[in-house]
Write a protein that binds this ligand. Sequence first.
Ligand SMILES: [Zn+2]
Length: 188
Amino acid sequence: MVKKIVQIGDPVLEQKCDKVDPKDPKIQELINDLIDTCKEKEDITAGLSAPQVGEKLRICICRRTDLEEGSEKPLPSETLWEVLINPTVKNSSKKTSTYWEGCLSIGEGPEGLYGPVARPEEVTVEFQTRTGDKKTLQCSGFFSHVVQHELDHLEGVLFLKYISDPDTIWKGKELDKYYSKHGEYPPV
Ligand SMILES: [Zn+2]
């Protein structure tokens, strides 16, 4: 079931989330709902976390943008939407990279807010899959940002926290205008 996205200002987005048992049927149902919601917003989203649909739980969905980049065919849904349960960062690189980030909980589409965020270039995350198995992923490039952005949600952190200069925050429609004029996003 597609869920409504909670918007900035709601306290659920500012709380540390609780660990979950992947075997709990209610958790499985929530995972299905999160994936359904990602699919519905496929054109505009790279991930979604449980607090964004009002659940203070350590579950997030990360779009495998790393696999998508190298694939000529669309990826099957189970591959595209990686389910991370009780994830933790095991390692992060000192080197950082900067990408434009947005968030479904900070407006949407033309009215959404976007900004350049610097994060560790590479991270290693450990988590449980929806079958309860342990999995480790090495993440780099934009995908690393996707994973770190979603994990932040589980700690009650939104990406705007990392932006010190408000002049670098753009509305979606302004970014789109720039993109259509220049064929790329503004340099970061
Ligand atoms: Zn977000």
